[in-house]
Design a protein around this ligand. Structure first.
Ligand code: PLP
Length: 396
């Protein structure tokens, strides 16, 4: 996942362009900026990569999710189906919109199971936000089919899956809008940043307006002459962050190529180990390969494996026990009323999350470990890693 590993002269050059003009804002200052529009160039580059008609860069992936939801008209009283395996930002953004996160079950894709969406569908369901976790795809065609059949909005959280595709199409392009994150640990980093992509002109227009206090950006060189057709907020990215991201984005192909090679080497070796199975990838050729996720036969064995791998210097997140990525440990959500400064009004409309049980997701997550794929590994590092993995897992 980490673009920060390939950080150097190109990033410095883009940032120096901005620093040499002193124009740190993406809008205005046309005379002073010496032709540098890093945020705009980032957006054009992202459209070129994904094939999307429009993109809008925001201050974070969370801000991108909030912006996309605003643009898609998701708000107070709406229910939004999300997975219980994600980063907390997904449900945070739903809550910020005044909507209700409803957790569907995941399957061995580690993403929402399209066959279990019906079970949580209600007359209030407005949208589904599948999360393409750990660099690879949900069963997005089936999820899209479910949304189409039920008149629901599809919005993809592809924050962890820039560069991944399903049947040749980039993740983030299957619904009304898709969101990416460029925070410090993502495949491409701006330091902080995120983007919405969409093919819908109206959605795009609301995105760039909403993320900039409602500015319509039609006033010409004088920002003060812009009109404000909608209420908005400030989710703007700075030119400095955009500049870093622009250099990074141009390395995406290189990053994904290295990840795929390194992941394949580990997977080939681990395939030979008894009792290990792998995350189901609906289209293996589209995996961006940021993680190698694998399953042990039981939860007990998975915990033992996590311990043995850590002792052998190959730590692998065991998400079932992780505070940030899996529902089981989201006590702050389950104790929402006491733990949140959100208006009590909003909290009152929410279900009691401490009473929600997700047995199918638990069964998958209990058995799953993931290994992050690094860009800097040498052939020798890979060989040592394989040896350490074999040693750690042989007696499990
Ligand atoms: C990182 C991430 C986000 C949020 O991104 P930020 O840029 O850190 O706000 C949202 N969803 C998922 C799945 C993520 O991994």
């Amino acid at each position: 996942m980490p673009g920060f590993e390939l950080f150097g002269d190109k990033e410095r050059k883009e940032v120096t362009d901005v620093l040499s003009t002193g124009v740190l804002m993406r809008y205005g200052f046309d005379g002073a900026r010496n032709g540098h529009y890093k945020a705009l160039e980032f957006e054009q580059t992202l459209c070129g990569i994904t094939g999307s008609a429009f993109s809008h860069l925001c201050s974070s992936g969370t801000a991108a999710l909030s912006t996309a939801m605003a643009a898609c008209g998701i708000g107070a009283g709406d229910e939004v189906i999300v997975p219980p395996f994600t980063f907390v930002a997904t449900f945070e953004a739903v809550l910020q919109a005044g909507a209700v996160p409803v957790f569907g079950e995941i399957d061995d894709t580690l993403c929402l199971n399209p066959d279990r969406l019906e079970a949580v569908l209600t007359p209030k369901t407005k949208a589904v936000i599948p999360v393409h976790m750990c660099g690879a795809m949900a069963r997005i065609d089936e999820i899209k089919h479910f949304c189409d059949r039920n008149g629901l909005m599809l919005l993809e959280d592809a924050c962890q899956s820039l560069g991944a595709t399903f049947q040749g199409n980039h993740l983030g392009r299957f619904g009304k809008a898709g969101c990416f994150s460029f925070d410090a640990v993502k495949t491409v980093t701006c330091g902080e940043g995120g983007a919405v992509i969409t093919d819908d002109q109206t959605v795009y227009d609301i995105c760039h307006q909403y993320a900039d206090h409602g500015h319509d950006h039609l006033g010409g060189p004088d920002r003060g002459a812009d009109d404000h057709p909608i209420l908005g907020i400030n989710y703007r990215i700075s030119e400095l962050n955009a500049a870093v991201g622009l250099a990074q984005l141009k390395k995406l192909d290189q990053i994904v190529t290295i990840q795929r090679k390194n992941k394949q080497a580990l997977k080939d070796a681990m395939t030979k180990l008894p009792g290990i199975s792998f995350r189901h990838l609906p289209d293996p050729s589209g995996d961006s390969a940021t993680f190698l996720s694998f399953m042990l036969p039981t939860g007990e064995k998975a915990r033992q494996a996590a311990k043995a791998l850590a002792e052998n210097q190959v730590p692998c997140p065991y998400w079932y026990d992780n505070n940030w990525h899996y529902f089981r440990k989201w006590d702050h959500l389950k104790n929402m009323i006491s733990a949140s400064p959100m208006p009590a009004q909003l909290c009152r409309n929410l279900p009691d999350y401490s009473k929600i049980h997700l047995p199918e997701s638990d069964a998958v997550m209990k058995r799953t470990l993931s290994m992050q794929i690094m860009l800097s590994w040498t052939d020798q590092d890979l060989e040592q890693r394989v040896a350490a993995i074999e040693k750690a897992l042989t007696n499990i």
